[in-house]
Design a protein around this ligand. Structure first.
Ligand code: MG
Length: 284
């Protein structure tokens, strides 16, 4: 199932993509607070959605204003230096392949939806860069989840653009400030439930700027795979329904170009992953 959140008459509603239409799930499940609420209801919630979808009002996709699928309840968890070629593309900063996952976070205030603008005014350093990434959405929560059990805790997938203020990322050592500006976490356009993705490692992540492809790599290039990331994070903290893990970016960021090229107002960034869709955001 492909799940969306869309705005209608000033309120956000949960919908299901059916071809060229969006079924308004909130109309037939009025008890649903938001998509995180649906995620927390697990397989039962999806089954109930499936039962009611036929009588849900349908809207043409082109008429619908999509929002971020949901605003996470806590920071988006993200993984640094998780694709080998990306680790080696920053020429002036030699970096080893990490022995353990590098984890940082992005606050909920950084999350925006498809079509919303990445605002470079929030990066006083003028070094705004893109990072197209696969986002893993946690379903059933847990602590000390073993890698072999990790897939049981995956609800589905989305696309995340881990927009980064490069100079601030370096200046402050810890990455929160460089990764956390408002609007620097575009997410969406959909959450695809995991049953629709036969082999997530075979998906390709592609990013283009103004139509020019900059990043293209398969998820299988990740240094630390999804079960390892879930096991690492949950070794010390409880993962909860609706938590998001941005799994790292392939080579091809603007910082890696010679000379580096950063995002500027007027640019349009598109991140595509097969089976999920395309996340498009203008830059202002
Ligand atoms: Mg990243």
């Amino acid at each position: 199932m492909k799940l969306v959140t869309f705005r209608d008459s000033g309120t956000d509603r949960v919908g299901v993509v059916l071809g060229d239409e969006i079924a308004d799930l909130s109309a037939v499940k009025p008890e649903l607070v938001d998509m995180v609420d649906l995620i927390a209801r697990g397989d039962g919630g999806l089954a109930a959605a499936g039962d009611r979808i036929e009588r849900a009002p349908k809207l043409p996709s082109t008429d619908v204003e999509l929002r971020a699928p949901f605003i996470p309840r806590k920071n988006v968890m993200a993984v640094g230096r998780n694709y080998r070629e990306h680790i080696h593309e920053i020429k002036d900063e030699p970096r080893p392949v990490p022995e353990n996952p590098i984890i940082f976070t992005k606050p909920p205030t950084s999350v925006i939806g498809p079509g919303e603008a990445i605002d470079t005014a929030n990066d006083p350093s003028g070094t705004t860069d893109y990072e197209g990434e696969l986002g893993v959405v946690i379903g059933p929560g847990g602590i000390r989840i073993r890698a072999e059990d990790a897939w049981d805790h995956v609800y589905g997938y989305t696309i995340v653009n881990d927009v980064t203020a490069r100079a601030l990322q370096r200046k402050h050592g810890q990455w929160l400030i460089g990764k956390g500006p408002d609007t620097f976490c575009p997410m969406g356009p959909v959450v695809v439930t995991k049953d629709e993705i036969a082999d997530v490692s075979s998906l390709w992540v592609r990013t283009s700027v103004n139509g020019e492809e900059r990043q293209a790599a398969p998820v299988s290039d990740m240094v630390f795979d999804i079960p390892t990331l879930i096991a690492t994070l949950s070794s010390v903290m409880t993962l909860e329904p609706g938590d998001v893990i941005a799994t790292g970016t392939p080579a091809g960021v603007g910082m890696g170009m010679e000379p580096p090229v950063f995002l500027a107002p007027g640019d349009v960034v598109e991140v595509s992953i097969d089976g999920i869709g395309t996340l498009t955001n203008p830059v202002i």
